[in-house]
Design a protein around this ligand. Structure first.
Ligand code: AMP
Length: 155
């Protein structure tokens, strides 16, 4: 259990955590790897969400998942990039969160991941919660906790 005071203060800023789907770079699961390679290289993010053609969240894709398919016996081979699709190499065992998300779960998951995908109850991708946004809220908490709460040291 996280402290009630911490939970309440984080909850006050919950609406600010979500980066909406409209501004999150993504690829479709049926895109070829050469298209996905281009997108990932251009957006410069390490990992981005994979969606289907109805905006359902399907998994995550990183540059390493693509470049792994280029390792041939004699060097780098690019022919797989035209033949394989994103769904052939993406990561599918991905935890997602649904609003109203539990702050304890979010903090726990963000220890190992830089962002969490948010979906609605039908699995439609609605955005991401990033470690950066949570760090901003923790920063605010560290500065303002004693403005709202009186803390006393235990003997
Ligand atoms: P940040 O905490 O802002 O550095 O973001 C952490 C990770 O979230 C990035 O490395 C990306 O994988 C992902 N991310 C953040 N913003 C976006 C975005 N607008 N589009 C796609 N992925 C993003």
């Amino acid at each position: 259990m996280i402290s009630k005071a911490v939970e309440q203060m984080l909850n006050q800023r919950k609406d600010k955590f979500l980066i909406p789907a409209e501004i999150v770079a993504n690829v479709q699961e049926t895109n070829t790897l050469d298209h996905a390679f281009l997108v990932l290289t251009k957006v410069k993010y390490a990992k981005i969400p994979v969606l289907d053609n109805e905006q359902h969240f399907k998994g995550l894709l990183s540059l390493a998942m693509i470049t792994d398919t280029m390792l041939g016996l004699t060097g780098i081979e690019t022919k797989n990039l035209k033949e394989l699709q994103v769904k052939d190499v993406m990561q599918t065992d991905v935890a997602t969160i649904q609003p109203p998300y539990d702050m304890e779960e979010v903090l726990h998951e963000l220890v190992d991941q830089t962002f969490l995908a948010v979906t609605d109850e039908h699995g439609i991708f609605t955005g991401i919660v990033t470690r950066r946004e949570i760090m901003k809220a923790i920063n605010y908490l560290a500065h303002d906790l004693e403005k709202d709460y009186q803390l006393t040291e235990r003997e």
